[in-house]
Ligand binder design. Structure first.
Ligand code: SF4
Length: 191
């Protein structure tokens, strides 16, 4: 677990970032949120309009569904770290470009390497492809795989559909809750 000082320094540096063009159109940089000793990191795509306005990741309708998902596996927001692959809202919520994702990736890597979680959870296809470029969310969702990232080897990764996709397409909601149950089995094996 990093010292609070190191963790907060990283956040402060992230907030000042203007490395890519997304910073020109967003209101603010939104680093991940959660405790530095979180066992689980959830990773989405990018902040949306409400997140940009209020400065927090995963609020609004998607965030409410995420809270229900967490509750279903006996977790709370305060137990997890939640972040995005890009920390600034793309204009009109467009998809972030590969260049923007590439320029922002070091912030996500810093978050993961400092926290050293027991499990990474990607939400949606962009977050999944960030770690496994050749993957497809329809084939990989709910299947635990493992990745290596810097000094972290064999880190379990559980791909889930994005809550926004389940809100848009109600048939994915049951799948999302079913896939989420895997979290409990992974964490209980680590205890
Ligand atoms: S999206 Fe990432 S790289 Fe681009 S300005 Fe924001 S924090 Fe920096």
């Amino acid at each position: 677990m990093p010292s609070e000082k190191t963790f907060n320094q990283m956040k402060q540096q992230n907030i000042l970032c203007c490395r890519c063009q997304l910073r020109k159109t967003c209101r603010q940089v939104i680093p991940g949120k959660g405790p530095s000793d979180a066992k689980v990191i959830f990773i989405g795509e990018a902040p949306g309009k409400k997140e940009d306005l209020l400065g927090e990741p995963f609020i609004g309708a998607s965030g409410k569904l995420l809270d229900k998902l967490l509750l279903s596996v006996h977790l709370k927001r305060s137990d997890i770290f939640i972040t995005n692959i890009v920390k600034c809202r793309p204009p009109e919520n467009r998809d972030p470009s590969p260049e923007e994702i590439g320029m922002c990736s070091s912030w996500l890597e810093k978050e993961i390497s400092l926290i050293q979680p027991e499990l990474l959870i990607t939400l949606g296809r962009y977050a999944l492809k960030n770690f496994i470029p050749e993957s497809s969310i329809s084939l990989f969702h709910g299947k635990i795989t493992s990745i290596s990232l810097g000094k972290l080897e064999n880190l379990p990764l559980l791909p889930l559909y994005h809550p926004a996709a389940a809100l848009y397409n109600g048939s994915l909601k049951d799948t999302l809750f079913e896939d989420c149950k895997k979290i409990t089995s992974i964490l209980s094996h680590k205890d």
